[in-house]
Design a protein around this ligand. Structure first.
Ligand code: 5RP
Length: 225
């Protein structure tokens, strides 16, 4: 079990979402433990004859897709018909993502997809977003961005690597500042403010981007459209 819900809940959500994929589709492959279960299931279906190509959102999802036997392309070659991704917090169709420091590429791929399917366990759902917002920053801009985040009422913390000394470095060679804003009453306004800060590569607020939510529970899946 990873933080939050159980692997069973995550797997249920992921496997149900994968039933929306059919042959001929280009599929955006999200990052994280729940999206990982979707990649595994897609791999099983590819073994059974499903003809798809995947677009990875991170080094992690690319490796998992390769192990699962999913042929990969890039955004140079194709646009995703559908993307399946996880989330750290979900309020309606708005998300906070970036627990795996992959939110910049995730936002590019997820927002390019015709349909974004979010897969999660029940601990991720909330009325009002209050999870710290991951902000990917250019390394040289970390001090100035942190000060600006403080001016916006946030409490910024540089994300440290769990297994070695030093900060997390993203697939793009940048740093991640997790910024707590307490309850986020107006995510769209905050998203605009964060996007305007010089040195911010991308933030983890995905405003109104989810088309469908799949929540795995102890005995089934709740599907919201
Ligand atoms: C990675 C993400 C993940 O999708 C998010 O952190 C959820 O991960 P998990 O399914 O492991 O809880 O945004 O950047």
């Amino acid at each position: 079990m990873k933080r939050g819900g159980t692997d069973q809940q995550k797997r249920r959500a992921a496997e149900r979402a994968v039933t929306a994929v059919s042959s001929g589709m280009v599929v955006g492959l999200g990052t994280g433990s729940t999206a990982g279960f979707a990649i595994d299931k897609l791999g099983e279906r590819v073994d059974d004859g499903l003809e798809i190509t995947g677009i990875a959102t991170s080094y992690q999802s690319r490796q998992r897709a390769r192990e699962a036997g999913i042929p990969l392309v890039t955004l140079e070659d194709a646009t995703p018909d559908i993307a399946i991704d996880g989330a750290d917090q979900i309020a309606g169709t708005t998300l906070i993502k970036g627990g795996g420091a992959a939110h910049a590429r995730e936002k590019v791929v997820d927002s390019a997809a015709d349909r974004l399917l979010i897969v999660a366990d029940p601990t991720k759902e909330t009325e009002t977003l209050d999870h710290p917002v991951p902000v990917e920053v250019l390394p040289d801009a970390r001090p100035t961005v942190s000060r600006r985040l403080g001016d916006l009422g946030g409490e910024p913390t540089l994300r440290s690597a769990e297994r070695k000394d030093g900060p997390v470095v993203t697939d793009n060679g940048n740093l991640v500042v997790d910024c707590s804003f307490g309850e986020i009453e107006e995510p769209a306004a905050l998203a605009r403010q964060l996007s305007q800060l010089p040195g911010v590569v991308e933030h983890g607020l995905f405003v109104g981007l989810a088309d469908e939510i799949y929540i795995g529970t102890a005995d089934g899946v709740v599907h919201r459209t």
